[in-house]
Design a protein around this ligand. Structure first.
Ligand code: 48F
Length: 255
């Protein structure tokens, strides 16, 4: 066993994967439920897709269910998506189903990878490339660099479309507005921020408002409600899955 071969294999394989992902059809920021579902459907339809995820683990806010009780709840309308992934669900009462959050997170991740999505974990998106009023790519750096506040310049990835699936902070939308004097497609033209918890309203608006918020930039999942001034919903996940599915369809229609 030659340790240098082991090291070289890792570096060369990663470099190849990374270089091939520098010019994408779709760059998804955040590997939570909405980002994973969107990535899976887009890759399945033939797009070149990568997910950039700050943490080591993919799955976002799914792992801990509600308050670390690792079960999630899905409403009737979204159950068909978990069925498509072969994730087991149990009826709790009419219209309410539960799923094991570990099975859900790991299976969504596995399906996305096997559909061809390249997942880059431990990488944070810190900025965007914007040209003539269109988002054309991401500015990325290692999360470890970000955490250590090291003064290290980033690298870039070009993409025909970017999806902000960063959840509650809607980081991509926020950085777009912080660094550029632009209006986004909200009633005020600016980022509106998330409101307190109201599951029913939140679940509907997260799906309804999923879409292109600025040329080249789409929002999905909880980032939608954060951007549009919608409510939070707590550990009910149907809206996240439906939003991921919707954004994938919207982007596919652009190709
Ligand atoms: O938060 P998250 O799971 O987003 P989501 O798909 O789902 C929300 C639910 O988990 C839950 C909820 C509804 O039931 O309210 O919160 O909308 O996943 C977002 C992922 O994005 C990553 C973050 O680490 C998380 O895994 N992320 C956030 N900012 C960045 C990022 C960034 N700047 N660069 C890379 N990844």
């Amino acid at each position: 066993m030659d340790e240098v071969i082991v090291s070289r294999a890792i570096v060369e394989r990663f470099a190849q994967k990374f270089a091939q992902s520098m010019d994408l059809d779709v760059a998804i920021v955040g590997g939570g439920p909405s980002g994973l579902v969107a990535a899976y459907y887009l890759a399945k339809a033939g797009s070149r897709v990568a997910i950039f995820e700050r943490k080591l683990s993919i799955g976002g806010g799914m792992w801990g269910g509600g308050m670390l009780f690792n079960e999630i709840v899905i409403q009737e309308e979204a159950k068909r998506i978990l069925d498509e992934f072969g994730i087991s669900t149990k009826k709790f009462q009419d219209e309410y189903y539960t799923a094991d959050s570990v099975e859900t997170a790991s299976t969504l991740c596995s399906f996305a990878c096997r559909a061809g999505v390249k997942v880059f974990n431990g990488i944070s998106v810190e900025d965007l490339m914007v040209r003539e009023g269109v988002v054309i790519g991401l500015v990325i750096n290692w999360t470890a660099v970000e955490m250590a506040s090291l003064h290290v310049d980033p690298l870039v990835v070009r993409a025909k479309f970017v999806v902000d699936a960063t959840g509650h902070p809607a980081e991509v939308v926020q950085v777009l507005q912080r660094k550029n004097p632009v209006k986004i497609k909200t009633p005020s033209g600016s980022f509106l921020g998330e409101r307190s918890l109201w599951a029913e309203a939140a679940e509907l608006s997260t799906v309804e408002n999923t879409g292109e918020i600025f040329p080249g930039l789409y929002i999905a999942g909880m980032a939608v409600n954060a951007t549009m001034g919608g409510y939070r919903m707590g550990p009910i996940f149907g809206g996240m899955l439906l939003s991921g599915e919707k954004v994938a369809k919207q982007i596919q229609d652009r190709f």
